[in-house]
Design a protein around this ligand. Structure first.
Ligand code: PHE
Length: 366
């Protein structure tokens, strides 16, 4: 028993003197661990006579309790001190200037979408949105592509196994044109909107990614004609590329949802390995580049969307946002847009302070 008492005193002293959690743990193992002196003392109970045991057992248990309590108390004290020290070392002086390291950047696609909204808002367009998970009625049928229409196959559509509420197929929208339908159904005519957003097609190479961005434009009113379309696109491109010498060429084309349909090209020149928009495509050193599709909205589409085609008519257009972003800011690989590489993002990304405005210039890169 005297041995036990001296062991206890030594142990309590060492626990009291421990300055780290590791040192304390060493004491715990030495006393209460499997081979610790308290555990060994408890084991001796087995060889004792019942009378001896009756006396020794409570004494050993009392020592055990005392040592365990001392360890607990010391542990709490050491942890408390560690936390205090950590908090003290992590104090932030809010009066210091902000760190100079850039914290992130605005993706060129987001920036271009803001530029689009700014330019078109000035022309009286509102921004409309629609779901990326669409049903085949909005994505195809209401756009004059019934089930057997060959254009459906050309869209490389991603379908879901589930069906829509109306029993139709669910899919990832292949273009922003279904927003035409949704907006007309919701608002009727007259209407003047753009709808920028993500679209999806099962296609992937240097110039195609399975997800890309389009902006849809729609103007429905009385007496709208193709001239309004050409002026709108020209005015937009002049503001977007920030140059006056933009030449647009309309070429006859076909889309089930427009009649007549036209594709629009813009004149450009090769400067080094970069294409620079501007000039007349037929001029020396110039050529035409296709930028999008458009046309007068097909009467059938107006009917599907609940607009009276005898009273209202208008135009629609669709163009690739990634494409015009690449042209304006000089990137040449579309895939890099969606890799999320911080080096690419810090090079091509925009400062959050670069808000596109018509007065300060849309898309000034600082
Ligand atoms: N939705 C068409 C496409 O993705 C583009 C387009 C939009 C054409 C509006 C005409 C009118 O190819």
């Amino acid at each position: 028993m005297t041995e036990l008492t001296s062991q206890k005193d030594a142990s309590l002293a060492a626990i009291g003197a421990a300055t780290t959690l590791d040192a304390l743990e060493e004491q715990r193992v030495g006393a209460l661990g499997k081979k610790g002196w308290v555990s060994l003392a408890l084991k001796t109970l087995g060889q004792m006579s019942p009378d001896e045991r009756k006396e020794a057992a409570p004494a050993i248990q009392a020592v055990r309790g005392e040592v365990a309590a001392a360890i607990e108390a010391k542990k709490a004290a050491l942890e408390g001190a560690a936390l205090e020290a950590q908090l003290a070392s992590e104090t932030i002086d809010l009066t210091l200037p902000a760190p100079s390291v850039p914290q992130g950047s605005i993706h060129p696609v987001s920036q271009v979408m803001d530029e689009l909204a700014e330019i078109f808002a000035d022309l009286g367009f509102a921004v409309a949105t629609g779901p990326e998970i669409e049903d085949d009625w909005h994505n195809f049928t209401a756009l004059n592509m019934d089930e057997s229409h060959p254009a459906r196959a050309m869209h490389d559509t991603f379908y879901f196994p589930d069906t829509a509420e109306d029993g139709g197929k669910l899919l990832l929208r292949t273009h922003t044109s279904p927003v035409q339908i949704r907006s007309m159904k919701a608002q009727g005519a007259p209407i003047r909107i753009i709808a920028p957003g993500r679209v999806y097609r099962s296609d992937s190479d240097a110039t195609h990614t399975p997800m890309f961005h389009q902006v849809e434009g729609l103007v429905i009113d009385r007496d709208i004609h193709l001239g309004h379309l050409k002026w709108t696109l020209e005015t937009f491109f002049k503001a977007f590329f920030e140059r006056e010498d933009i030449t647009l060429r309309l070429r006859p084309s076909y889309f089930p949802f427009t009649e007549p349909s036209v594709e629009f090209d813009v004149g450009y020149a090769n400067e080094g390995n970069r294409r620079v928009v501007g000039g007349h495509g037929d001029d020396e050193g110039h050529d035409w580049m296709e930028l999008g599709g458009s046309g007068m909205v097909n009467r059938r589409v107006l009917e599907f969307a609940g607009v009276d085609p005898d009273e209202y008519q208008g135009f629609a257009f669709g163009l690739g946002i990634d494409r015009i972003a690449m042209l304006k800011y000089g990137m040449n690989d579309l895939r890099a847009f969606f890799d999320g590489d911080p080096r690419w993002l810090s090079h091509y990304g925009f400062s959050p302070y670069d808000q596109p405005t018509l007065s300060a210039g849309v898309g000034v890169k600082s």
